[in-house]
Design a protein around this ligand. Structure first.
Ligand SMILES: *Cc1c(COP(=O)(O)O)cnc(C)c1O
Length: 364
């Protein structure tokens, strides 16, 4: 069986990164965010690997049901809540907690007789202006929910930060204050921090926090590397060199012939491409590791292959391991080159890349 391309998922790094979350927010309970197939790492496996997380957060009911079917018993929060009655029924059946971000969801709850009470979180729009109810409407909603026997009290209040990746942006502090102001009585559970908030904004370290990307070992903060933040990469995406060619000065490589060899040079072909989730927009010069040594892309990324400038690596040979990101090469570096963010690269790894879940014995 072919062992490449593969995404090696390091569960010891996952646990290490959760410990970093706890170090920053020792008094918070943690919803580990595992939406989008665990940011591309495999949702059920990541959820099982994060056994000490207090709960799991997903975007959709379907994802929560998947986790329950995988035998996960801990609290699960559905960040987008429900749209239709059958979703509410599924959430209820599987004991999922729901974010309520608009009145219609509250009405749906009021119309539905639930055999046992459901836990809900009001999602408040404190300034992101994506989902959420206006802060001034929260008191009335709380009153309405407390009159509904199908709701398990006390209700939680949550909000999502828009700009926490930029530690200079004043909106984050304001968003935290706006949510906290709704709980002057101290009766409610609050949830604010995403990864960037947890790391950079103490006011976002509420009763419950919701780290995603930092658990996977990428940096959520502009200008700070994962290494600076002591995060370890969880996914290492690898393949192998399937050819090493000696090209001549003037040879144009790949589709469109966009790269022309400036001199006679060795060029490697590695078996990975946009059909595996490697970004097609990665430009010439994007770093890769060949046998652990830095090299860089030349030519366009195609569906199943990339080309690598091997001028610095005369010993490189067919079969060598090529690392696209992970151990030794941060996904943040590749994302920046490709004009995107780590989140997109990690979630985009396709099903034809085999995932190998490993738990190394190293401790840290
Ligand atoms: C995705 C998501 C998170 C996690 O964000 P990270 O930046 O990955 O830490 C937290 N809260 C909500 C509502 C989200 O949608």
């Amino acid at each position: 069986m072919q062992d490449y391309p593969r995404a090696v998922i390091d569960h010891s790094a996952l646990r290490h990164n959760l410990a970093i979350v706890r170090r920053h927010a020792p008094n918070s309970r943690v919803w580990a965010v595992v939406k989008a197939n665990g940011y591309g790492h495999g949702m059920a496996q990541v959820a099982a690997g994060l056994a000490t997380a207090d709960g799991l957060a997903v975007a959709r009911v379907e994802e929560g049901v998947c986790l329950r079917e995988a035998g996960i018993a801990k609290p699960i929060l559905v960040l987008e809540g429900v749209l239709f009655k059958h979703e509410l029924a599924a959430a209820h059946e599987h004991g999922l907690e729901l974010a309520l971000h608009r009145r219609g969801q509250v009405e749906l709850l009021a119309e539905t007789r639930l055999a046992r009470p459901l836990r809900v979180w009001i999602k408040v729009d404190t300034g992101m202006h994506r989902l959420g109810v206006d802060p001034q409407r929260v008191p009335a909603l709380l009153a309405e929910l407390s009159a509904n026997p199908g709701i398990e009290g006390p209700v939680g209040l949550m909000t999502h930060l828009a700009n926490a990746d930029d530690t200079e942006d004043g909106l984050t502090q304001l968003q935290c204050e706006r949510l906290r102001a709704l709980d002057s009585s101290g009766n409610y559970s609050l949830s604010i921090g995403n990864s960037a908030g947890i790391l950079a904004f103490p006011a976002s370290r509420t009763h419950w926090i919701r780290p995603g990307i930092m658990l996977y070992g990428a940096s959520p903060l502009i200008g700070r590397t994962a290494g600076d933040l002591e995060l370890r990469p969880v996914m290492t995406l690898q393949t192998r060199l399937i050819a090493v060619r000696s090209l001549r000065q003037g040879n144009a490589i790949g589709y469109g012939g966009t790269y022309v060899c400036p001199e006679d040079m060795p060029v490697g072909v590695a078996a990975i491409g946009y059909g595996d989730g490697y970004p097609r927009h990665a430009p010439v010069g994007t770093p890769v590791l060949v046998g652990g040594h830095r090299a860089s892309l030349v030519g366009r990324v195609s569906m199943d292959m990339i080309n690598i400038d091997l001028r610095g690596l005369p010993a490189a040979t067919v079969g060598d391991t090529v690392t696209l990101w992970g151990e030794g090469l941060s996904v943040d570096v590749v994302a920046e080159r490709a004009g995107t963010i780590s989140y997109e690269l990690l979630c985009s790894v396709t099903a034809r890349v085999r995932k190998e879940h490993r738990s190394r014995t190293t401790t840290s």
